[in-house]
Design a protein around this ligand. Structure first.
Ligand SMILES: *[C@@H]1O[C@H](CO)[C@@H](O)[C@H](O)[C@H]1NC(C)=O
Length: 178
């Protein structure tokens, strides 16, 4: 019995030790702070929408907060608020209404860059977007390529919204440490 106990303790000690060692290595690496600004074009209307409804909201919330709604988006990201300006990437993923009392969206999206120094790299955004607030902050929880191990935050500000269709242009200001 004691030899099994010793083995278990050794294994736990070894595992703890390797976690400590790798954490220390990460801590000594140089970190970079990058600020990214781009415009997100979410088009629900027309023949070629960039965001489509995949789950309908609960009936009781249809005229209000759209609770239960889930959308899938593949939205272009551009350099300026002009939809015809240069495309710098795409926002691909899901957002849906997760709130009963307000238009609060849970967003789970990958922002992949296709232009400039970050072309081929991506960041992942996951968090609540209180869409009616002038400024919303959401967490950046990771990334790929130049943004491996990224963490940070995004500030979103609606620049334009068509209340009839829901089409919107949103300015994103993202700060990431990577
Ligand atoms: C973008 O965010 C950074 C960091 O929070 C801030 O310093 C800067 O003023 C912001 N820019 C705009 C246009 O909001």
């Amino acid at each position: 019995m004691s030899s099994i106990a010793t083995l278990v303790i050794f294994v736990i000690f070894a595992a703890t030790n390797s976690i400590t060692a790798s954490a220390a290595e990460v801590g000594t690496e140089k970190e970079t702070v990058t600020n990214l600004q781009f415009y997100f074009h979410d088009t629900l209307s027309g023949k070629n929408p960039s965001a489509v409804r995949v789950v309908q909201p609960v009936d009781a919330y249809k005229g209000t907060t759209l609770f239960g709604l889930i959308m899938m988006a593949d939205d272009p990201l551009t350099e300026t608020s002009d939809p015809k300006s240069k495309i710098v990437g795409r926002a691909q993923g899901l957002y849906g209404s997760a709130c009963q009392q307000e238009l609060g969206l849970l967003m789970a999206m990958s922002f992949s860059f296709t232009d400039g120094p970050y072309s081929g790299s991506s960041i992942s955004l996951f968090g609540k977007n209180s869409a009616m607030n002038p400024v919303r902050e959401m967490p950046i929880v990771g990334g790929t390529g130049m943004f491996r191990m990224a963490r940070g935050y995004a500030e979103a500000r609606t620049q334009w919204l068509d209340p009839t269709t829901g089409d919107a242009i949103v300015a994103y200001n993202v700060t990431v440490v990577h």
